[in-house]
Write a protein that binds this ligand. Structure first.
Ligand code: 0X9
Ligand code: ZN
Ligand code: ZN
Length: 422
């Protein structure tokens, strides 16, 4: 009797510690799987559909290209057996996910320590959302080309912002950037804030980017998810809204936009990482983006490009993304800009991107922000999947923030040149 009590108390203490702690990924491996036939793809798809909340598909199942799947240690044997039984080839890309999370955290803590005392954020480390927020709020006082616009609040009531950068009241052409739709893609908000900082503090150096064009930059949109990924679960992707009738939280904001909502690559299960949500724009964060962009268009802002920042894989993804072999009438122009952008990226640090439609290069996705933007009439739309090609995936070391941002700026310069000549 006594022994049982002690045991159950110990269990209680242990489960409580887990509750408040950070989710750990000890022994979790990332498999890069290659389903090269329709049959093998079907097997992989079934695995994907039947293991929501157990296997984390870092990339959605695709045919004839790598699909990255994070596998918990207790599922490893069964997963490997299944692949082998079906003749699906694979390699282990990341041997222990917790190890790279620990490395990232150690580097980040060290870089933050080195910067302690400095009042503005730096790009040698990832920032908290509170730090991003005060960085954004300070921009107009550094340079009057920046103005901050409040675009709403998140599910957990954090403020959402867009920053407008404008060097002349006569500018009519504009480029819009959204970042950090996916919580764990930390590099995207770090890159967006770096770009803002460059434009505001080194304006004269960026004539090619700034001349004649206004920028509307949403540096972090899934802010609740971002904070949750920092404090509780590094691999969190979705929003943090409560789903009625389920204990699983959040929906995938990049499945929540009102174009091809519920189409390919979307799930109706709240526990899935690609849960589309109860209805299009059900999330306060996606609603804020859509209302903001529609508001700009109806006040005659000529948005000619929409760039959505994601990671990872090093892809410059063009429309359409909702299904394979679908191309807008102006696809040749999309592709020529895509090619210019990826060569500009490569020229900076040698990083190689691949360009093509989102669905041809990766997989079909309904309800994504890129296609939604294209569908409402914005000419050039892009999903930029930043570094890397899988060694770190989402857990990109902080030392790569600046090089990643520099090459993204080179690509943005190409977008600006194109938009200016439209
Ligand atoms: O699946 C996504 O939402 C994006 N990839 S990610 O790994 N960052 O989650 C790709 C979306 C590309 N756009 C479309 N296919 N429409
Ligand atoms: Zn993403
Ligand atoms: Zn550099």
């Amino acid at each position: 009797m006594k022994l049982i009590l002690v045991l159950s108390l110990a269990f209680l203490a242990c489960s409580q510690a887990k509750e408040v702690g950070i989710r750990r990924y000890d022994g979790y491996q990332v498999y890069s799987v290659n389903a090269d036939t329709k049959e093998k793809y079907q097997v992989l798809w079934d695995v994907y559909m039947n293991n929501e909340g157990v296997l984390d598909f870092w990339t959605d199942p695709a045919i004839g290209k790598a699909t990255d799947v994070m596998v918990p240690p207790q599922e490893e044997a069964a997963f490997k057996l299944l692949l082998e039984k079906n003749g699906i080839s694979y390699e282990v890309k990341i041997g222990n996910v917790q190890e790279i999370i620990d490395e990232e955290k150690a580097e980040n803590d060290q870089a933050r320590q080195a910067r302690s005392g400095e009042s503005r954020i730096g790009w040698t480390a990832y920032s908290t959302y509170a730090e991003i927020e005060s960085f954004v709020q300070d921009l107009p006082s550094i340079n009057s080309i920046a103005s901050v616009q409040s675009i709403g609040t998140s599910y957990e009531n954090r403020n959402l912002y867009a920053v407008k950068i404008s060097t002349s009241p006569n500018n009519r052409k504009a480029i819009l950037i959204d970042a950090n739709i996916h919580a764990r893609e930390w590099i995207t908000s770090a890159t967006a804030t770096w770009i803002l900082n460059e434009l505001v503090t080194k304006t004269a150096q960026y004539g090619e980017v700034l001349e004649g064009i206004d920028y509307y930059i949403i540096p972090s949109i899934n802010v609740d998810g971002y904070e949750y990924s920092r404090t509780s679960d590094r691999m969190w992707r979705k929003t943090r809204s409560v789903n009625s009738g389920s204990t699983c939280r959040g929906c995938d904001p990049n499945r929540n936009f009102p174009f091809q909502f519920g189409g390919e690559g979307t799930s109706s299960s709240p526990c899935s990482d690609t849960f589309k949500g109860p209805s299009a724009l059900s999330e306060k964060e996606t609603k804020a983006v859509a209302d903001y962009v529609n508001g700009l268009l109806s006040s005659n802002v000529n948005i000619l490009a929409y760039v959505s920042f994601h990671s990872y894989g090093q892809y410059w993804l063009l429309p359409w993304g909702y299904t394979a072999n679908a191309y807008p009438v102006d696809y040749s122009q999309q592709l020529s800009l895509g090619n210019a952008a990826i060569s500009a990226i490569q020229a900076v640090h040698g990083t190689r991107y691949v360009t093509g439609t989102g669905a041809d290069v990766l997989y079909g996705v309904g309800g994504a922000s890129d296609d939604w933007a294209k569908n409402i009439g914005i000419k050039y739309t892009v999903t930029a999947e930043m570094r890397d090609t899988g060694r770190y995936g989402f857990v990109l070391p902080p030392a790569q923030i600046i090089p990643n941002a520099e090459e993204t700026m080179a690509a943005l310069t190409e977008v600006a040149k194109r938009v200016r000549s439209e």
